[in-house]
Write a protein that binds this ligand. Structure first.
Ligand code: COA
Ligand code: AMP
Length: 623
């Protein structure tokens, strides 16, 4: 294997050969003859004539290949005081039976199954069971409330929904079932059969005729064999926040996904079959899909499923305890988690309590790894702390430091270099390329590599409008940043109205839609402002309708966002203001507001309608 530069250049000069070679790591039921179908740009398809089953690649082939008794999944749940290890044989057996149960409820190839579950092994089993049947799963993060779930149900149109009685947070039990019931009331899609996992912590009432008990179904279910699907068939849909309130259904195919994740496990994460890999994320996010479930299992590694927090379950040593107890080699978290640990244990005293001799790397993503957090983690751990940048849309790293190829010198604040297949360009508004050090829109020349989104669920037009129309022939990442003289990429933040709260991607548009719904609100704006621990938190500004009273309004609006979007939005501050600053064409100057709130010297746009409105708002913004 060559060095980074050699691999990267090969991936761009001859993508077909590069990815054909990478595809050899997958077990196909029909080997790819064609590597890339580029006959209908801007749509591209990888391995269009190949067939495989993703679940068979993640489980069966390891059982057949001598790993049956190796741990596949270690469930570690400090919030319930539970630990359980599943070998590959056990995980396959449970998955094949749950696939049988789903089939019994009418799920077949191409059907969609919505999974709304906490961090329990059954969530992973449900995902893999869908893959086994050639069905399409759509996992909805448990921190989203009923309305967000309903929107996703209406778009995904599931044949079955899989959920649980509750989630367990450090300070409270979250009742999932009432949220599911409310979502099904709100949704236009007729309620399908729902499989409910009754958790001992807090069982729930089942609705006769609609709800089935997970354990009862499993005791009667027969295992089923994997169903081969086309490489280009969808494996899953994962909704992510866009600039409007309507989430985007990111489609992931089967073949490109398996090829890309297998490549990334070895070359980026330096992980081999049998190693223990831990992504401390949630199965509801793309990090959970790629690196709790599919990446490690496709490789034959052991994955850790952690139902807990970095702090408070029970203390700031929780991550080090898990890494030590399970001999984790590579660990992956969001920087916000490290900031939370650093705040509680600034000296890193908990680190000294655990044997971390197996740990080789700490990978960071989900938001920018700020240099202070980087330095703290690198000093305290004495290990490579590796930032890497990607998105739900891409499913794996656009830029990273390829630890399994050639570790590059780390530059704090940089996500390092583009990964194979990503022809990253920084563009000015007129489409010309920025010079080194000059900030612009980060774009990727088409085609994107395998594993990335082929389109949006049922909406090719929105896919083109959202990602491909700003610059012809390029994918618009929505992030801004620059490259330095050495080609290192610095990702500085979103250029749109997407915000990142504790590593969770949220749309300010969705929060605005909730505020605007209140009868007293005439207009509103939500911006993301800097937060020491969470990176960003949303802040709302509302203008009242004539005669409306501001009394108690902030509490009502905070409660409405929590009820509609979910606690995870962390929406706690809203100000009543006399007017919002706008351009002459009526666009609210959110970027200017954000800059002032973050304490930057923000130039007043020449298009502003009334500078006095902005002046009047300054003191509120700077609070
Ligand atoms: N189900 C239900 N509710 C959830 C939830 C879930 N899966 N996840 C979070 N919530 C709720 C929490 O209970 C909390 O509710 P509260 O307002 O009643 O306290 C709220 O959503 C916010 O939760 P969280 O974002 O976890 O904030 P926190 O203050 O409790 O913890 C951190 C802060 C930094 C420790 C935490 O956000 C964290 O670990 N972040 C890492 C995120 C991550 O891994 N992201 C994936 C990208 S790689
Ligand atoms: P998500 O789709 O939830 O994974 O969020 C993707 C967004 O998170 C990106 O578009 C970035 O804005 C941000 N992000 C993720 N990882 C990084 C990183 N390493 N550096 C900077 N921003 C990041």
């Amino acid at each position: 294997m060559g060095g980074y530069r050699e691999l990267f250049d090969a991936s761009l000069s001859d993508p077909a050969s590069f990815w054909a070679e990478a595809a050899r790591a997958v077990t196909w039921t029909h080997e790819p003859q064609q590597i890339l179908d580029d006959s209908s740009p801007p749509f591209y398809r990888w391995f269009p004539d190949a067939e495989l089953n993703t679940c068979a690649n993640a489980l069966d082939r390891h059982v057949d290949g001598g790993r049956a008794d190796q741990p596949a999944l270690i469930y570690d749940s400090p919030v319930t005081g539970t630990q359980r290890t599943y070998t590959y044989r056990e995980l396959l057996s449970e998955t094949a039976r749950f696939a049988g149960a789903l089939r019994g409820l009418g799920v077949g190839k191409g059907d969609c199954v919505v999974i709304y579950m906490p961090m329990v092994p059954e969530a992973v089993i449900a995902m893999l069971a869908c893959a086994r049947l050639g069905a399409v799963h759509s996992v909805v993060f448990g921190g989203f409330a009923a309305h967000e779930l309903a929107v996703r149900i209406d778009d995904a149109r599931p044949t079955v929904i899989v959920s649980a009685s509750c989630g367990v947070e450090p300070t409270r039990t979250v009742d999932y079932k009432p949220m599911l019931d409310a979502a099904l009331e709100m949704a236009e899609h007729p309620a399908p059969p729902c499989v409910i996992l009754q958790r001992e912590h807090q069982p729930c009432q089942l609705i006769g005729g609609r709800d089935r008990d997970w354990h009862e179904l499993m005791s009667a279910a027969q295992p089923v064999d994997p169903v081969p699907v086309r490489s280009t068939d969808p494996l899953y849909v994962l909704y992510t926040s866009g600039t409007t309130g309507k989430p985007k259904g990111i489609v992931r195919d089967n073949g490109g996904h398996a090829v890309a994740l297998l490549w990334s496990m070895r070359h980026i994460y330096d992980t081999e079959p049998g190693d223990v890999y831990w992504a401390a994320s949630d199965v509801g996010w793309v990090v959970g899909h790629s690196y709790i479930v599919y990446g490690p299992l496709l490789l034959g590694a052991t994955t850790v499923l952690y139902e807990g927090k970095p702090v408070g379950t029970p203390d700031a040593g929780a991550f080090w305890r898990v890494a030590s107890e399970h001999d984790v080699k590579a660990m992956f978290t969001a920087p916000t988690a490290i900031r939370a640990i650093k705040k509680e244990d600034p000296e890193g005293l908990y680190l000294g309590k655990y044997d971390l001799s197996a740990l080789r790397y700490l990978f960071q993503a989900g938001e920018r790894l700020d240099p202070d957090t980087y330095q703290w983690a690198a000093d305290k751990l004495g290990l490579p702390v590796v930032d890497h940048w990607w998105q739900t849309e891409t499913g794996w790293s656009i830029a990273a430091n390829p630890m399994g190829v050639e570790p590059m010198p780390i530059k704090p604040g940089s996500a390092t270099v583009p990964m194979p297949g990503y022809d990253v360009r920084i563009l000015r508004p007129d489409g010309s390329e920025c010079d080194a050090g000059e900030e612009g829109a980060i774009c990727v020349r088409l085609p994107l590599p395998p594993g990335t989104l082929p389109t949006l669920w049922g909406d090719d037009d929105r896919y083109i409008a959202s990602y491909l129309s700003a610059y012809r022939g390029y994918y618009l990442t929505g992030d801004g940043g620059y490259r330095d003289e050495d080609g290192y990429l610095f990702v500085m933040g979103r250029t749109d109205d997407v915000i990142n709260v504790a590593g969770h991607r949220l749309s300010t548009g969705a929060i605005e839609a909730v505020l605007a719904d209140h009868p007293s609100v005439a207009e509103c704006a939500v911006i993301g402002v800097a937060d020491e621990i969470k990176g960003q938190v949303p802040r709302g500004f509302v203008v009242l309708k004539a005669g409306a009273s501001p009394d108690g309004l902030d509490d009502e609006l905070v409660a409405a966002v929590r009820e509609n979007i979910g606690a995870v939005a962390c929406f706690k501050t809203v100000d009543v203001v006399p007017a919002l600053p706008k351009t002459r064409s009526g666009k609210i100057l959110r970027k200017t507001m954000r800059g002032i709130a973050d304490g930057r010297e923000e130039p007043v746009p020449s298009t502003i309608e009334d500078p006095a409105v902005l002046d009047a708002l300054k003191s509120v913004l700077q609070r």
